[in-house]
Design a protein around this ligand. Structure first.
Ligand SMILES: [Zn+2]
Length: 181
């Protein structure tokens, strides 16, 4: 299971900005799919059934990106809707490669059209060497330390994948002139 360091490092890899406000917001967007935990806890639902469902889907990522574009036009010169989309989709992708048992706690990427849980445990053996689970203070600490070491790999992978995408206007911040129109 990926923790915030992996999600944030990946999302930041998609941008070249040095504006700390943008980096902070991007970090928040990158971890926001896991806010479904709060919903699950507040409504006393089963984590196994409801975590990594709607908030980890392509539809959710697209909806948030479109809403952001429509509701916050004044922010587009700092932070494109495309970057929101990439941060959210990358969260699901990172979760998928950190999922030990896809059938049990994989990602419902195609919710609500399909409730199949997806996951490919590419980096799980590495995480498993450090702890069996992040659901303990020691496990969370060990996973976080591992992710700090792995952060350049997560960041670099996103930077390589994001380089061709940054050429498209959808992924670029708007110019100040466009915002003022
Ligand atoms: Zn997640």
């Amino acid at each position: 299971m990926a923790l915030p360091v992996a999600h944030v490092a990946t999302a930041i890899g998609f941008t070249k900005t040095r504006d700390l406000r943008v980096v902070g917001l991007l970090a928040l967007v990158a971890i926001s799919p896991d806010f479904d935990f709060f919903l699950v806890w507040c409504l006393d639902l089963s984590i196994a059934l409801y975590h990594r469902t709607f908030s980890h889907s392509i539809l959710f990522a697209l909806s948030v990106a479109v809403l952001y574009r429509l509701l916050l036009p004044g922010y587009q010169h700092r932070f494109s809707a495309g970057l929101v989309l990439l941060a959210l989709l990358s969260h699901s992708l990172v979760d998928m490669i950190c999922t030990a048992d896809a059938a049990d706690h994989g990602v419902m990427l195609f919710w609500p059209f399909s409730e199949i849980r997806l996951g490919w445990p590419l980096v799980v053996p590495l995480y498993a060497r450090f702890s069996e689970s992040p659901f303990s203070a020691q496990g969370a600490f060990r996973f976080t330390m591992l992710e700090i070491v792995l952060a350049p790999i997560y960041w670099g992978s996103a930077a390589v994948l994001g380089a061709p995408l940054r050429k498209f206007r959808f992924f670029q911040p708007s110019s100040q002139d466009e915002v003022g129109q």
